[in-house]
Design a protein around this ligand. Structure first.
Ligand SMILES: [Zn+2]
Length: 117
């Protein structure tokens, strides 16, 4: 699958995730989708990222801010879990940052992509 096709499939799942959040009366605002190589290098230096190559650099990850009853949700909780479970149910290559063991990143929804496959 080409990268652009993978990006399109990823975005269609993002649309489903946003619709699902709306149905659950969860409010999302958009964070980072695309990240430049320079920004990723800075994030690595500052410990904000641990991945050598970020899915954001391929436009295959998006971060959201989640609000429940007007309150932003910084911690991983049942609301994030609901979104993470739904996200993973959409495609076997979908990955949720809430599952990461060494980085607190429930905001992160990604699609794993193997180049040249
Ligand atoms: Zn992210």
């Amino acid at each position: 699958m080409s990268l652009s096709k993978a990006q399109w499939e990823f975005l269609k799942d993002v649309a489903k995730l946003i619709t699902y959040a709306q149905e659950q009366e969860l409010m999302l605002t958009g964070g980072e989708l695309w990240r430049s190589d320079a920004q990723h290098a800075l994030n690595l230096k500052e410990g904000k990222s641990q991945a050598k190559h970020s899915d954001h650099q391929d436009r295959l990850a998006i971060d959201f801010n989640l609000f429940v009853a007007g309150e932003i949700q910084w911690s991983k909780n049942e609301h994030w879990e609901k979104l993470g479970s739904f996200w993973k149910s959409l495609h076997s290559s979908n990955e949720w940052g809430g599952d990461y063991k060494t980085l607190h990143d429930p905001y992160h929804f990604a699609r794993k992509y193997k180049r040249g496959v």
